[in-house]
Design a protein. Sequence first.
Length: 282
Amino acid sequence: MHEAKRAGGGMIKRYSERSEPRHLDRLTLESDLQHALEREELRLFLQPQVDVDTGRLTGAEALLRWEHPTRGLVSPMHFIPLAEEVGLIIPMGRWVLQTVARQLAHWQQQGLPVVPVAVNISARQFLHQELVEDVRSMLEEHGILPGLLELELTESLMAHNPEVAVQILRELKAMGVRLALDDFGTGYSSLAHLKRFPIDTLKVDQSFMRQVTRDEDDAAIVTATIRMAHSLGLNVVAEGVEQESQRQYLAQQQCDYAQGYYFGKPMPLEAFSALLAGQGDG
Ligand code: C2E
Ligand code: CA
Ligand code: CA
Ligand code: CA
């Protein structure tokens, strides 16, 4: 007991000594992040989603990047949790929705074969009282068909207060916006969510895809997920597809859509627009 306490105390001391630079780093990051919006350092990338059988472009996922003046392109994994914690996710999320709506309107005006764009919504943003009205006014302002916007949500975000979640989802659904369940199978998973929540699409998490052609358990999970989703009338998108063998496996299992480096990495808006224009020619 006594020994354990001493060991614990030692660990705390070492940790605080070591974490001092990291702590400072976090504060700098936080103040930098506050300025990122005003200084227009946020970038939106789009990653293609394709039909598993034909490879045809069927949609895109919007992924946020931060072009930091000295650190270069910062991954959302490094700043979304912090933005969520300090509340900056609200204006940032709004910026993402605005940018997507503007891009969709631009494609429509150019007469390009527009595809739906999926936007990631974080917990705090989802539970923020203005989300539904924000989405509605953005679609109206830019004259966007609601079906061209898909919102990606995670189960953990809805698990906290399922009653409220169902209500928000129903309002979004009534508007005609599409809803996807992201990272399916990770974290707090419940089959009851699939029954209760009015979702259209299920995204199979990339952790199951990595070894899908080599690991029987992963293959079983992916196959069962696709079957179950289809019996519930949902579309399935497999994430993290990097190889032809994975695409083939998904095609055999009748997965609908896929996303991953094999088909295209997240790319700047202009590059994705060029891809869309190319589809129009084909
Ligand atoms: P996510 O929603 O699961 O997004 C998929 C992630 O997988 C992206 O990472 C994407 O670049 C990466 N990816 C795509 N294809 C492949 C592949 O074939 N192999 C591998 N290894 N990775 C692949 P990214 O862009 O770094 O985003 C990380 C996470 O940050 C996202 O995970 C999402 O949770 C969050 N995020 C990104 N943009 C936004 C945003 O606008 N709002 C919110 N709230 N969260 C965002
Ligand atoms: Ca996502
Ligand atoms: Ca995901
Ligand atoms: Ca098919």
